[in-house]
Design a protein. Structure first.
Length: 122
């Protein structure tokens, strides 16, 4: 938090937090398919590369699993502690682990509009 009380965070983390809250609240139940990369980007007004970061972040938290050519699905309703960008969280069920990605991305203030550095904001 900054001195004036304003909290800065990466846009992909803010969006991942919103989706994680939907998962925890049951609005996205186990087995639910997340929107595709382009749809997720459009829904949140960010680039496709930012939507990829969102999905990697959710996988890093142990909440979702991506199946190539199928989509990304909710596999857990609470985040697993212990993962980071280099090392994904433990995988007790033997499912494929999400891979952490770069922690680069745009910074945003609170819940305001995203300034997407990848493509000028679109």
């Amino acid at each position: 938090m900054t001195d004036d009380g304003l909290e800065l965070t990466y846009e992909y983390v803010r969006i991942a937090d919103l989706i994680a809250a939907d998962i925890a609240a049951g609005r996205l139940p186990l087995g639910a398919r997340l929107p595709g990369e382009q749809e997720l980007a459009s829904m949140h007004g960010v680039s496709v590369s930012t939507s990829r970061r969102v999905r990697r972040e959710l996988a890093r938290r142990g909440l979702v699993k991506a199946l190539p050519a199928k989509g990304t699905f909710v596999i857990r309703t609470r985040a697993v502690e212990g993962g980071n960008d280099e090392t994904p969280p433990p995988d007790p069920g033997g499912a494929e682990r999400g891979r952490g990605g770069s922690s680069s991305g745009e910074l945003v203030e609170g819940q305001g509009e995203a300034a997407d550095a990848d493509d000028g904001g679109h």
